[in-house]
Design a protein. Structure first.
Length: 229
């Protein structure tokens, strides 16, 4: 069994297995297919050299970071306000002390990560696809992972290895295609199309940069408004 881009590239069935029970052969091919898919995922993960990221765990970290930064900013703002109060004894200050709230920024990012985690493939066990080869000689059922849940082989598919291999290839890949479609629809229903996610991330980035610029401008205005009495 060979895999390429999460699809079965080739199937090899030794001729002697044509004499076995179709159900036993189907179970063996299911195990072999899942092993090949798992090896492919491991190979891809190794090449990417990137750690697995749990969106839900990352969301919790974002909320904690946002809360911590908000507390730090609150202390900094109070400190600046205290200094301004002292300075007003000797100078006129017309601008206000600017504020910045990190909790909302990181909270929005956490909301997005939680939505991604809830709709992610790892939480999509309910999405199961089924497909059959031409003539229905071989049927396959697949779930998120992706993995093959089961294979069903009709006795007439056991007439020759090339035909059987073609039918297994067609059934499994058709089921995997339908699985992708189902997961895509699931993400779409949750408002998590890749384009939508990219747009939301871009919007969050734009809003964050705008708030940072506004805070910097506020500090500049505060400093520029100081006039000796």
């Amino acid at each position: 069994m060979a895999v390429a881009t999460n699809r079965i590239a080739s199937v090899s069935v030794p001729p002697r297995l044509l004499r076995s029970d179709p159900r036993e052969l189907a179970e063996s091919l299911t195990v072999a297919t899942n092993a090949a898919l798992e090896d492919f995922r491991a190979e891809q993960a190794g090449e990417a050299a990137l750690p697995d990221v749990d969106p839900l765990a990352l969301a919790r970290e974002m909320r904690e970071i946002g809360e911590d930064l908000s507390q730090r900013m609150s202390r900094a703002t109070n400190s600046i306000a205290g200094s301004v109060t002292e300075l007003q004894r000797h100078a006129g200050i017309s601008a206000h002390v600017p504020t910045m709230e990190f909790g909302g920024m990181f909270g929005k990012l956490a909301d997005l990560l939680e939505a991604i985690g809830a709709a992610g493939d790892a939480h999509a066990e309910a999405v199961v696809s089924e497909a059959a080869s031409p003539g229905g000689w071989v049927s396959a059922s697949c779930s998120a992972g992706p993995r093959v849940v089961s294979l069903s082989i009709r006795p007439q598919a056991m007439r020759g290895t090339p035909e059987l291999e073609d039918h297994v290839l067609a059934a499994v890949n058709a089921a995997l295609d339908r699985l992708d479609d189902g997961l895509r629809e699931r993400r779409k229903a949750a408002g998590l199309d890749p384009e939508v996610v990219d747009a939301r991330i871009s919007e969050l980035w734009t809003d964050t940069m705008a708030q940072l610029r506004a805070y910097g401008e506020g500090i500049n205005d505060l400093m520029g408004s100081i006039r000796p009495r």
